[in-house]
Design a protein around this ligand. Structure first.
Ligand SMILES: [Cu+2]
Length: 183
């Protein structure tokens, strides 16, 4: 009898734990470890390439390789507030992603737009590679960047002019999605 009660108790406890896990799974969904963006050129431009965002212990690693840029120039590079590249000039992506209502700044500044990723440094062939760890970006939770857009600008972001760093037109646009871990 004693053992039956014990067995029953542990069964109840176990199923309560499992239920909690199931509820968490339903309401919070799986954690995003890696996100990917395929940048397509806007009308009349050539910027294209891939950006990945990978969760690490020390932040989110941003890796980009973008071609079709100007020769030996900097190009403003941001997450924008709508995951919407429909407009031929990518104006549908709206302004910078700034859910915490901060001023525009550079990626290493304490106070900045969540979407302030700085500049892409293009080499003489118009190809830029970028690889750094960003301590502001989130791939999960209410400030997650997944579902928004990455914009590549025509000009350099001066990292201080409000509200967008005077970076000019939009030459590339892509949507941040959950990455396939097999790629
Ligand atoms: Cu921008």
């Amino acid at each position: 009898m004693k053992y039956t009660v014990l067995a029953l108790l542990s069964f109840l406890l176990l199923s309560a734990c499992m239920q909690e896990e199931i509820v968490e799974e339903i309401y919070e969904g799986p954690e995003t470890e890696k996100a990917v963006v395929v940048i397509h050129p806007t009308e009349g431009n050539e910027a294209s390439g891939v950006v990945t965002f990978t969760q690490q212990d020390d932040g989110v690693r941003v890796q980009a390789e973008i071609s079709g840029l100007g020769s030996e120039t900097l190009h403003g590079f941001h997450v924008h507030e709508y995951g919407d590249c429909r407009d031929s000039a990518a104006m549908s992506a709206g302004g910078h992603y700034n859910p915490t209502d901060m001023p525009h700044a550079g990626p290493t500044d304490e106070q900045r737009h969540m979407g302030d990723l700085g500049n892409l440094p293009a080499n003489e062939d118009g190809v830029a590679t970028l690889d750094y760890v960003d301590t502001h970006l989130k791939l999960n939770g209410k400030y997650s960047i997944v579902g928004y857009a990455v914009i590549v600008h025509e000009q350099r972001d001066d990292l201080q002019s409000q509200p967008v760093g005077d970076a000019g037109g939009r030459i590339g646009c892509g949507i941040i999605g959950v990455a396939n871990p097999d790629y």
